[in-house]
Design a protein around this ligand. Structure first.
Ligand code: ATP
Ligand code: MG
Length: 148
Protein backbone atom coordinates (compact mmCIF):
# COMPACT_ATOMS: atom_id res chain seq x y z
CA UNK A 1 0.00 0.00 0.00
CA UNK A 2 1.02 3.63 -0.41
CA UNK A 3 0.07 7.05 0.90
CA UNK A 4 -2.67 8.82 -1.08
CA UNK A 5 -1.61 12.35 -0.13
CA UNK A 6 1.98 11.71 -1.27
CA UNK A 7 0.75 10.30 -4.56
CA UNK A 8 -1.35 13.42 -5.20
CA UNK A 9 1.62 15.65 -4.29
CA UNK A 10 3.56 13.92 -7.09
CA UNK A 11 0.63 14.41 -9.46
CA UNK A 12 0.30 18.10 -8.56
CA UNK A 13 4.01 18.56 -9.23
CA UNK A 14 3.75 16.78 -12.57
CA UNK A 15 0.86 19.08 -13.58
CA UNK A 16 2.37 22.30 -12.24
CA UNK A 17 3.00 23.70 -15.73
CA UNK A 18 -0.59 23.04 -16.84
CA UNK A 19 -2.09 24.49 -13.69
CA UNK A 20 0.17 27.55 -13.65
CA UNK A 21 -0.88 28.76 -17.10
CA UNK A 22 -4.55 28.67 -16.03
CA UNK A 23 -3.87 29.93 -12.53
CA UNK A 24 -5.61 26.83 -11.18
CA UNK A 25 -4.66 25.85 -7.65
CA UNK A 26 -4.92 22.14 -6.86
CA UNK A 27 -5.75 21.66 -3.19
CA UNK A 28 -4.67 18.35 -1.71
CA UNK A 29 -7.00 17.92 1.26
CA UNK A 30 -6.12 14.28 1.92
CA UNK A 31 -4.55 13.10 5.15
CA UNK A 32 -3.72 9.69 6.53
CA UNK A 33 -5.20 7.54 3.82
CA UNK A 34 -3.50 4.56 2.24
CA UNK A 35 -4.35 3.14 -1.16
CA UNK A 36 -4.03 -0.51 -2.08
CA UNK A 37 -2.97 -1.82 -5.47
CA UNK A 38 -0.45 -1.10 -8.17
CA UNK A 39 0.93 2.34 -7.47
CA UNK A 40 2.16 3.03 -11.00
CA UNK A 41 -1.25 2.24 -12.47
CA UNK A 42 -3.34 4.06 -9.87
CA UNK A 43 -1.08 7.12 -10.09
CA UNK A 44 -1.62 7.13 -13.87
CA UNK A 45 -5.39 6.92 -13.37
CA UNK A 46 -5.50 9.76 -10.86
CA UNK A 47 -3.09 11.85 -12.94
CA UNK A 48 -5.47 11.56 -15.90
CA UNK A 49 -8.41 12.63 -13.71
CA UNK A 50 -6.62 15.62 -12.19
CA UNK A 51 -5.32 16.57 -15.63
CA UNK A 52 -8.90 16.68 -16.89
CA UNK A 53 -9.97 18.69 -13.85
CA UNK A 54 -7.33 21.32 -14.65
CA UNK A 55 -7.87 21.21 -18.41
CA UNK A 56 -11.66 21.64 -18.26
CA UNK A 57 -11.60 24.01 -15.32
CA UNK A 58 -12.18 27.72 -15.70
CA UNK A 59 -9.33 30.16 -15.30
CA UNK A 60 -8.48 31.03 -11.68
CA UNK A 61 -10.69 28.29 -10.25
CA UNK A 62 -9.60 25.62 -7.80
CA UNK A 63 -9.43 21.86 -8.10
CA UNK A 64 -9.97 20.12 -4.77
CA UNK A 65 -8.93 16.58 -3.94
CA UNK A 66 -10.40 14.84 -0.90
CA UNK A 67 -10.58 11.28 0.40
CA UNK A 68 -12.42 9.28 3.02
CA UNK A 69 -12.46 5.67 4.10
CA UNK A 70 -14.27 2.99 6.02
CA UNK A 71 -13.19 -0.56 6.91
CA UNK A 72 -13.58 -1.82 3.36
CA UNK A 73 -13.21 1.07 0.90
CA UNK A 74 -11.36 4.28 0.17
CA UNK A 75 -13.28 7.00 -1.63
CA UNK A 76 -11.37 9.69 -3.51
CA UNK A 77 -13.04 12.83 -4.89
CA UNK A 78 -11.66 15.24 -7.47
CA UNK A 79 -13.78 18.32 -7.98
CA UNK A 80 -13.30 21.15 -10.45
CA UNK A 81 -15.30 24.29 -11.13
CA UNK A 82 -15.21 23.98 -14.88
CA UNK A 83 -17.31 23.60 -18.01
CA UNK A 84 -19.07 20.44 -16.85
CA UNK A 85 -20.24 17.34 -18.70
CA UNK A 86 -23.73 17.11 -20.21
CA UNK A 87 -25.81 14.37 -18.54
CA UNK A 88 -26.34 12.55 -21.86
CA UNK A 89 -22.58 12.39 -22.48
CA UNK A 90 -21.73 10.61 -19.22
CA UNK A 91 -22.26 7.20 -20.86
CA UNK A 92 -19.80 8.05 -23.67
CA UNK A 93 -16.81 9.64 -22.01
CA UNK A 94 -15.07 6.35 -21.17
CA UNK A 95 -15.01 5.29 -24.84
CA UNK A 96 -11.52 5.34 -26.33
CA UNK A 97 -10.98 8.46 -28.49
CA UNK A 98 -14.32 9.95 -27.43
CA UNK A 99 -14.27 13.70 -26.87
CA UNK A 100 -17.37 15.78 -26.20
CA UNK A 101 -18.20 18.26 -28.92
CA UNK A 102 -15.08 18.78 -31.00
CA UNK A 103 -15.58 22.55 -30.92
CA UNK A 104 -15.14 22.83 -27.18
CA UNK A 105 -12.35 20.25 -26.96
CA UNK A 106 -10.35 20.97 -30.11
CA UNK A 107 -8.43 23.96 -28.87
CA UNK A 108 -7.55 22.12 -25.66
CA UNK A 109 -5.97 19.18 -27.49
CA UNK A 110 -5.92 15.57 -26.39
CA UNK A 111 -6.74 12.21 -27.88
CA UNK A 112 -9.75 11.14 -25.82
CA UNK A 113 -7.89 8.20 -24.36
CA UNK A 114 -7.44 9.51 -20.81
CA UNK A 115 -10.69 8.23 -19.31
CA UNK A 116 -10.63 4.89 -21.12
CA UNK A 117 -7.26 4.25 -19.45
CA UNK A 118 -8.70 5.35 -16.09
CA UNK A 119 -11.62 2.97 -16.46
CA UNK A 120 -9.38 0.03 -17.32
CA UNK A 121 -7.15 0.67 -14.29
CA UNK A 122 -10.03 1.16 -11.83
CA UNK A 123 -11.77 -1.99 -13.08
CA UNK A 124 -8.54 -3.94 -12.73
CA UNK A 125 -8.57 -2.91 -9.06
CA UNK A 126 -12.24 -3.89 -8.69
CA UNK A 127 -13.11 -0.29 -8.04
CA UNK A 128 -15.82 2.05 -9.25
CA UNK A 129 -15.82 5.46 -10.86
CA UNK A 130 -18.72 7.91 -10.82
CA UNK A 131 -19.21 11.37 -12.33
CA UNK A 132 -21.47 14.10 -11.05
CA UNK A 133 -21.62 17.33 -12.98
CA UNK A 134 -23.50 20.53 -13.63
CA UNK A 135 -22.95 22.28 -16.95
CA UNK A 136 -20.76 25.34 -16.59
CA UNK A 137 -20.56 24.84 -12.81
CA UNK A 138 -18.61 21.78 -11.70
CA UNK A 139 -17.54 18.20 -12.30
CA UNK A 140 -16.92 15.85 -9.41
CA UNK A 141 -15.30 12.48 -9.97
CA UNK A 142 -15.61 9.82 -7.28
CA UNK A 143 -13.34 6.79 -7.29
CA UNK A 144 -14.11 3.97 -4.86
CA UNK A 145 -11.33 1.46 -4.29
CA UNK A 146 -11.42 -1.66 -2.14
CA UNK A 147 -8.83 -2.05 0.63
CA UNK A 148 -7.05 -5.36 0.68
P1 ATP B 1 -6.67 12.96 -23.31
O1 ATP B 1 -7.04 12.69 -21.89
O2 ATP B 1 -6.45 11.72 -24.08
O3 ATP B 1 -5.58 13.96 -23.44
P2 ATP B 1 -9.31 14.10 -23.38
O4 ATP B 1 -9.08 14.83 -22.08
O5 ATP B 1 -10.10 14.81 -24.42
O6 ATP B 1 -7.91 13.66 -24.03
P3 ATP B 1 -10.60 12.05 -21.77
O7 ATP B 1 -9.73 12.40 -20.63
O8 ATP B 1 -10.84 10.62 -22.08
O9 ATP B 1 -10.04 12.71 -23.12
O10 ATP B 1 -12.00 12.75 -21.56
C1 ATP B 1 -13.05 12.54 -22.53
C2 ATP B 1 -13.90 13.80 -22.67
O11 ATP B 1 -14.66 13.96 -21.47
C3 ATP B 1 -13.08 15.09 -22.81
O12 ATP B 1 -12.78 15.36 -24.16
C4 ATP B 1 -14.01 16.12 -22.21
O13 ATP B 1 -14.92 16.58 -23.20
C5 ATP B 1 -14.80 15.34 -21.16
N1 ATP B 1 -14.28 15.56 -19.78
C6 ATP B 1 -13.45 14.75 -19.08
N2 ATP B 1 -13.19 15.23 -17.85
C7 ATP B 1 -13.87 16.39 -17.75
C8 ATP B 1 -14.04 17.38 -16.73
N3 ATP B 1 -13.43 17.29 -15.53
N4 ATP B 1 -14.84 18.45 -16.99
C9 ATP B 1 -15.47 18.56 -18.19
N5 ATP B 1 -15.35 17.68 -19.21
C10 ATP B 1 -14.57 16.60 -18.99
MG1 MG C 1 -8.08 13.76 -20.51
Amino acid sequence: SFDAKDMFEDIILALSENSKVKNVRIKNNISDIMLFGEKVLLQRAFLNLVQNAVKYNKLNEEVVVTAAQNDDFVTVNIKDNGIGIPEEELENIFEPFYRIDASRSRELGGSGLGLSIVKTIIEKHKGEILFESEIDVFTKVTVILPKN
